[in-house]
Design a binder for this molecule. Sequence first.
Ligand SMILES: [Zn+2]
Length: 158
Amino acid sequence: MTSTRNSTADNSLESGHPYSAHMQQLIQAAKAAGTPYASMLLNEAGDVVVQNVNTVKQQCDPTAHAEMNTIRQAAAKLGRVNLSGCHLITTCEPCPMCAAAAFWSNISKVTFGLSIAGITAAGHRQIPIKADDILRHSKAKAEVEGGLLADEVRKIFP
Ligand SMILES: [Zn+2]
């Protein structure tokens, strides 16, 4: 597996990208939930294990980001904390907390839409540390790619 490490790019990848349909599904789920944040985890076979949205307000839990919810539920469903071989797809670049959760769960690949810089530009508070920086500095073997349908994700911000 090659590491592209192009997480800073906000120019949307082609709609023919292998995961553009997954991203479209997440964008619809996020829209329906009234949040820009949705994510899913695929298993080694590429099947969706769980899909989730940000539920911080509903659960009164500041850590209930879409990716945290997804990783928690996927680990519980699969019955293992090692999610090596799994692929996290998320509308927005994982924040440092969620990127760290991807590290702790050994997720192999992360694909996101809008970057942290893009989220900030859209008016949401973010910690300006890239997911790729967290994963690279922790020597995680995760491949990170960003910018998938970023323009579409930007449109679901209020
Ligand atoms: Zn997060």
